[in-house]
Design a protein around this ligand. Sequence first.
Ligand code: HEM
Length: 431
Amino acid sequence: MPESTTLVYAFMGMFGLKMFIDYINRSVSRGPYPPGPPPKPLVGNAFDFPKTWPADGYIEWGKKYNSTLVSAEALGNRIVVVNKREDAIELFERRAKFYSDRPYIPILNRFSISLTMEMMYGIEIKSTDEPCISLADKAMKLGMDLLMPGRSLANIFPILRHVPGWFPGATSLKKADLVGRMTEEVIRIPVDQNSCEQEEGKVTPSFFTNFIEKKQTLGASEEEEEMVHNIAYTVFGVNPDVQRKAQEEIDGLTGSKRLPTLEDRQSLPFVEAIYREVMRMSPPLPVGIAHRVTKDDYYKGYLIPEGASVFANIWAMTHDEEDYPEPYTFKPERFFDENGKLNDDDRVLAFGFGRRICVGKHIASSTLWLMMVSVLACFNIVKAKDANGNEIDINNEIEDLGLIQYVFVNKYDPDYDDLPLSSPAQTEGQV
Ligand code: HEM
């Protein structure tokens, strides 16, 4: 018998055995787990995960099963989704000791810290055409796709990681392998570049200092413009009063004589409220990134088993009517107290939780704030007009593609339009 056929049989045998053992394990009563759709024999909930807009799908599960915590499982791999802010803070922060691992996802070990840190500190990005940027972009898109709960069968069925890439249907493994190799390149290119620059005695400024400097002297790049454009159209185009109020605040401080700087941030509370409201309404990673539990834990009477992937449904939390009445209305005023001072709700949930909270949050916060305030200081954003001079209505919907993509400097790619990221949808006629 050829070696490859033996391998296939061996794999199928192992797979069958694993399914059987998991099925028996599931039948033995542990738990109860947080509620969710009833599992089907053998496959569990593998085909129940919401596909189109997962964040809303998990809110629906929460309503249906009357629980702030919901869960599902496929072949022994349990996924828990946390829909409430208090639960996320309890689990990811007070119990951080057991909720700070990441699930094994083929690409992530190399992908997260090393990539961003190499890029953020000491590497000068001169153009978006640079190989490491376009590679980072592609790796990011592919990688995000693999991260979604239920999106990759290899994440649902851990045993599938052992299937060779040539096996029919093993597309997510091929993707993971590709992302792994691309990420290695993304890390290698800037490191090599940095070494060369050091040998030549050049001082390499960081992304952050470059950005701030460039913003104040040359303005924004095409991609940065595009990001601001998206935010600006949806937020200010739809809300002219908000725009006017923010501009009055800025002009009151600068006398229209200069651009605001980061030092002015404290003195511009209304702009700050706009920043908070933008991040609340459109968190770029609506269901965050999974944390892996390293020890069986009980919460609200439910078992969250060791190895479970726990997702913070950030979207559900920032659209929770109890915390944010009229959650789908853009209202920066909600961040002021009765004395007209900014309230203490300054926690931007969009950056995640606990020890795994976004490491780039300060950079992201500063760059986004600077972009918003600079646009407000210089422009009036109005609705575009069609050929007959009629205003084009603004599409106020959110698409699942967004800011992180821009942070990694790239353009919209229609081949990967189903990502766990969000951004305002484009209206025809708006560029
Ligand atoms: C608006 C911009 C950004 C948003 C909304 C955002 C959001 C997030 C979220 C939700 C997580 C997962 C947190 C969790 O697991 O609880 C995360 C992780 C991470 N972010 Fe960001 N991020 C942004 C920008 C950045 C930037 C600019 C960098 C690079 C400097 C960055 C680097 C990272 C890294 C390395 C992680 C993984 C941290 C870990 O696993 O410990 N992010 N981000």
